[in-house]
Design a protein around this ligand. Structure first.
Ligand code: LLP
Length: 440
């Protein structure tokens, strides 16, 4: 198993994260447990910020909180000087309740409800990333009602779709998000925004994909945006103050994953903007980005306790843990791959290939199909690294399994940032109507 950040093997042969013995963490907080390496989150934030500082561009790095959103995380991001991207009233509420400054919040989403828009306007958030014509009208109306002006970016689909290793130019993009370039909708949205009295158009936004290793997709997107903004200036006289290039920067889940470092993505983007905007004589905009996974993904490790071990001779050995698709939906949903190790026996030779099963009533609830581990026994502590992004964020109560606790570890101290759910939490919102009570 690859050791990220402050993870190491301590003198007892145990996994240690943030100076804390993982076996002790499991004993103290129970399992499953999400353990976050706080220093690594901070280092990742700083890597993006420092790279932009060196570039000379005005910038904002907005953490995409969908990857992992809790009140403590919002505060940490604030401390590191990052802005915050939210995509729902729930994420917005979490940030505001944590005391995160509203003026640094960007609100995304393809179907923000009137209530969500009102909440964001009343809080005075920094920017709305407007996604469609319906939202432009609704937001203009709600802002006008309040005597306010809403700052907006328009989300456009630049005709670039990037995946881990390659990107494709899709031309007219079939996506539920944003204004399409080729059909002319994006230009129409610019005109509508400029005419709307309660909207202040700052610029444009695009997001080309997720878990991207190469930089060429971002570079291509910058070219498409520069073409579009030139057309916009010629047609309307508008000059964009802000260009937001979204998130999607990759991380290393397993051997063979080859993400770039934050500074390489930032360098590729800023150089492309210098080149593409410069050659068209478009003034340099402020650059915003929205990394989510690459801020928290490698920082999170899930600890499980091994329970039943079932061997089908000549076929497979199933090692079942006390969590599964309830705390990590990604393998079941995306066939996502993970590594693992026994946190209590890190130095033992890996002897056999086993499969890690979750405890849900669902055959597809497999966390890892093939992983080499020392002979596994019930009671062992299994560590699965790289679960920090879209793990807790997508956790659920299937089979009425409680969601795990979350701890931040740093310099030998572990702080609970989300308590483990209790059985009472599971029934807290349940009601039994009178008519289905037993009639006496
Ligand atoms: N900005 C926008 C507009 C986005 O849609 C996303 C992710 C991000 C930023 C952050 O992207 P990141 O840097 O985290 O790749 N549940 C999936 C990932 C869905 C990503 C959706 N949008 C997963 O577990 O892989």
């Amino acid at each position: 198993m690859y050791l990220h950040g402050t993870s190491r093997i301590n003198s007892r042969g145990h996994l240690e994260i943030g100076g804390c013995d993982a076996v002790q963490l499991a004993a103290d907080f129970g399992t499953p447990l999400y353990v976050y390496d706080e220093q690594l989150i901070r280092d990742n934030c700083r890597a993006y910020v420092e790279a932009f500082q060196q570039s000379g561009f005005a910038f904002q790095v907005a953490y995409a909180s969908k990857a992992f959103c809790t009140m403590a995380m919002c505060k940490l991001v604030e401390e590191e000087g990052l802005s915050l991207d939210v995509v729902s009233g729930g994420e917005l509420y979490t940030a505001l309740k944590a005391g995160y400054p509203a003026s640094r919040i960007h609100f995304h989403g393809n179907n923000k409800s009137p209530e969500e828009l009102e909440m964001a306007l009343d809080a005075g958030i920094g920017c709305f990333v407007a996604d469609n014509f319906y939202e432009l009208e609704l937001l203009n109306h709600l802002a006008k009602e309040r005597g306010k002006t809403a700052a907006i970016l328009l989300r456009i689909t630049p005709g670039v779709e990037a995946h881990t290793h390659e990107y494709i130019s899709t031309g007219q993009q079939d996506s539920k998000f944003g204004f399409d370039l080729l059909s002319g909708q994006a230009l129409q949205a610019i005109r509508n925004s400029l005419q709307a009295e309660a909207l202040e158009l700052l610029g444009v936004h695009c997001h080309i994909g997720s878990q991207i290793f190469e930089t060429d997709g971002f570079v291509a997107a910058v070219g498409h945006i520069a073409d579009f903004l030139l057309e916009v200036t010629q047609a309307t006289g508008f000059t964009a103050k802000v260009v937001n290039l979204g998130g999607g920067y990759g991380i290393r889940y397993v051997e063979g994953d080859t993400p770039r470092r934050p500074e390489e993505y930032v360098k590729a983007i800023t150089e492309a903007v210098r080149r593409e905007f410069g050659s068209r004589n478009i003034p340099f905009p402020e650059l915003w980005i929205e990394p989510g996974r690459s801020i928290v993904g490698e920082s999170g490790t899930t600890l499980y306790t091994v329970g039943s071990v079932k061997e089908i001779p000549g076929v497979r050995k199933y090692v079942a843990v006390d969590g599964g698709m309830t705390d990590n939906l990604r393998p079941a949903l995306y066939q996502a791959k993970y590594e693992a190790a026994l946190a209590n026996r890190m130095n033992e030779q890996s002897g056999e290939l086993v499969s890690i099963a979750g405890k849900c009533c669902e055959s597809g609830d497999m966390l890892i199909w093939d992983v080499a581990l020392p002979p596994v026994r019930p009671g062992d502590i299994l560590a699965v690294p790289c679960t920090g992004a879209y793990g807790y964020a997508m956790a659920n109560n299937y089979n009425r399994i409680v969601r795990p606790a979350v701890v931040f570890v740093k310099d030998g101290s572990a702080e609970l940032i989300v308590k483990r759910e209790t059985l009472d939490d599971l029934i807290r919102l349940d009601r039994i109507p009178n008519r289905i009570q037993l009639q006496r």
